[in-house]
Design a protein. Structure first.
Ligand code: ATP
Length: 388
């Protein structure tokens, strides 16, 4: 297990009487790629700025290698930052942009020799895949290449931690995806701890060892990308990460949850008997079957071809689910669905209950069909409950 490098303890930040961070507790390990993920204004950048030393928390402590660093200024922290606007020096070429920090700063108490600077710059060019570009004018580079120069410039001083604030935000989608792979590779090649800020859940899932989901200045969940996707702690996390149907349920007992008045087998346990819960069902975990075999039956209200699969909106008693399937089902058809126990995830009720998970407004082409008066669903038999 890698050792802890940074710890935030009960960090609160108040701006103009607004609590923008509320008792944040966070542990960041050596060599970790950790991502702060959340909607605009949730406090990601403020958390990053506290780590960088650009702002001091109103209360709470910041530790680096176990030493409290609240009062240590940014330039005395072994931390560097890459911003979305990377502001390269336009009058310097690639080589000089990267070498700049090495020339002006002392390193371990001394100036680096010309040879040392050269070997460090060449090493960085190799790491960011820009070998051969050293004498190119930075203004002649593509956005992705410029961003790589900015990363090389931030890494050349060998910081212990690199803070990255939406560094790919200005790039187009294709380039962003390429750079995600590049960044992960660079992080692994250098072994430097990356703390990355984004509001893009796909970016967070694809690069991170650890994802920290934030909302309203509060950490909602910390976990691996798989944990966050498969075991969201509440409706906010379930909705923010990937697509999800979130419905009301009652946890009858360990392994049995009731949805729309019917019992479903699940893998969850540890809830109070008959506890009202939120149930998340991912669109790809629902199988479309014949009506007679369905655990629930509903009406298809919208179908969108997505290339690999169809996005199908199905109305269950007025609540719209999104189902992703490779089977085509025409609009207005009645279908049955089956969900395996591991496709159901049960969560405690929270302040976010009832806010997410209905796909009524999913598509502009969606046409309301007046089926609120659907006939009552057939009762599912016990053997159907467990055969899934
Ligand atoms: P975004 O993705 O939009 O950058 P964020 O999650 O990074 O959002 P922060 O930049 O941390 O959010 O801001 C959190 C809240 O704190 C916002 O409401 C913001 O307006 C407020 N805030 C941040 N810095 C200051 C400041 N210096 N003075 C006053 N309010 C601030």
């Amino acid at each position: 297990m890698a050792k802890e490098l940074i710890r935030l303890r009960d960090c609160t930040m108040v701006f103009d009487d607004d609590v923008v961070l509320n008792k944040i507790n966070l542990s960041i390990k050596d060599n970790e790629f950790l991502t702060l993920l959340g909607p605009s204004g949730c406090g990601k950048t403020t958390t990053l700025r506290i780590i960088g030393g650009f702002v001091k928390p109103t209360s709470g402590d910041v530790f680096f290698n176990g030493v409290r660093i609240n009062d240590v200024p940014p330039h005395k922290r072994t931390v560097n930052t890459v911003f979305q606007k990377y502001a390269l020096f336009p009058h310097l070429d690639v080589y000089e942009n990267i070498a700049f920090g090495l020339r002006i700063n002392r390193h371990e108490g001394r100036r680096l020799s010309k040879d040392e600077i050269h070997s460090r710059v060449m090493e960085m060019l190799e790491i960011v895949s820009l070998k051969g570009f050293e004498h190119r004018d930075v203004t002649s580079l593509s956005g992705g290449q410029q961003q790589r120069v900015a990363i090389a410039r931030a890494l050349v001083n060998r910081p212990k931690v690199l803070l990255l604030d939406e560094p790919l935000g200005a790039l187009d989608l294709r380039l962003r995806k390429d750079m995600q792979i590049e960044l992960k590779r660079i992080q692994e090649a250098t072994g430097i701890t990356f703390v990355y800020v984004t509001h893009d859940q796909e970016e967070a899932l694809s690069m991170s060892d650890t994802v920290v989901v934030m909302d309203g200045g509060v950490i909602q969940q910390i976990g691996t990308p798989e944990d966050i996707y498969n075991e969201p702690v509440n409706a906010f996390v379930a909705d923010f990460i990937g697509e999800s149907n979130i419905v009301d349920g009652i946890m009858i007992e360990d392994g049995v949850v009731e949805i729309f008045g019917k019992k479903f087998a699940c893998l969850d346990a540890g809830f109070a008997p008959n506890e009202p819960v939120d149930v998340v069902i991912r669109p790809e975990d629902v199988d479309i079957v014949d009506i007679k075999d369905g655990m629930l039956t509903g009406t298809v209200t919208n179908v969108t071809f997505k290339g690999v699969h169809y996005d199908v909106i199905v109305d269950f008693k007025g609540f719209k689910w999104l189902i992703q399937t490779t089977d085509y089902c025409p609009v207005n058809s009645r279908i049955g669905i089956k969900i395996d126990p591991d496709g159901i995830h049960v969560m405690h009720k929270s302040q976010y209950s009832g806010m997410f998970g209905d796909y009524s407004s999913y598509s502009a082409e969606y046409e309301e069909i007046s089926d609120a008066e659907l006939e009552p669903e057939e009762t599912v038999s016990e053997d159907k409950l467990y055969e899934a």
